[in-house]
Write a protein that binds this ligand. Structure first.
Ligand code: COA
Length: 186
């Protein structure tokens, strides 16, 4: 059985910029796990497509990877915010934040059908604004080949901080004024 999500401080209200699109954030629950596994499978389907494994083998590999990742996140971030992104009452993504200094975006993933609607940039801008209010930097890890995500992060003011081999660490420095550098949401 998978460990449950921490209940530490999971308050992170839905940013107005998303609420106006009908999107809400809520704390992840144990009964979200099957949907989160589906999201995870979908997010890695393209990467595994060229591998000559059966569908069953791919599924059990991805499910075991999800489980390892879940255990890692909940043990690494006992005070983290584990959020489900919902649109029209249905989950469309997840946003996991370390809720530390620096604020680490441990994961952001939106289901394919809900991408390119501005959700990701508005969410990240809200994370940046909240971190700015606390005067903390925001960090995230990205695969070097994920050039679309890198383009999005650069638009939001993230810069490369460290090459960690498999991943790149990107950092968005806190605005010293705490006012938040606004980027037009898309
Ligand atoms: C990255 C992601 C969260 C962005 O959310 P989104 O709601 O689609 O983003 P927005 O609509 O606000 O902005 C669109 C931008 O997202 C990025 N994007 C779009 N599709 C993407 C994809 N499949 N993978 C990565 N980035 C993508 C692009 O930069 C795009 O802008 P572009 O016109 O310059 O190409 C979302 O695409 C996603 O979940 N991708 C798959 C998982 C992933 O790559 N997560 C990041 C891991 S570090």
């Amino acid at each position: 059985m998978l460990p449950s999500f921490p209940h530490a401080d999971n308050s992170f209200s839905t940013p107005e910029s998303l609420a106006e699109l009908g999107v809400v954030l809520r704390q992840a629950r144990g009964d979200d796990i099957p949907w989160l596994m589906e999201l995870y499978r979908e997010s890695r389907a393209e990467e595994l497509a060229p591998i000559p494994w059966s569908d069953d083998a791919k599924r059990s590999f991805l499910d075991s990877q999800f489980e390892l990742q879940h255990r890692h996140f909940v043990s690494m971030f006992p005070f983290g915010r584990f959020l489900i992104i919902e649109s029209a009452g249905q989950p469309v993504g997840r946003l996991y934040l370390s809720n530390e200094d620096p604020e680490l975006v441990a994961d952001i993933c939106i289901t394919q059908r809900a991408r390119n609607k501005g959700y990701g940039s508005r969410l990240l801008q809200a994370v940046i604004d909240a971190a700015n209010a606390r005067r903390v930097n925001v960090e995230l890890h990205v695969l070097p080949r994920n050039t679309s995500a890198i383009r999005l992060y650069e638009r939001l003011g993230f810069a490369f901080a460290e090459d960690q081999g498999s991943h790149l660490l990107m950092r968005r420095l806190a605005d010293q004024t705490g006012a938040g550098r606004r980027v037009d949401p898309r």
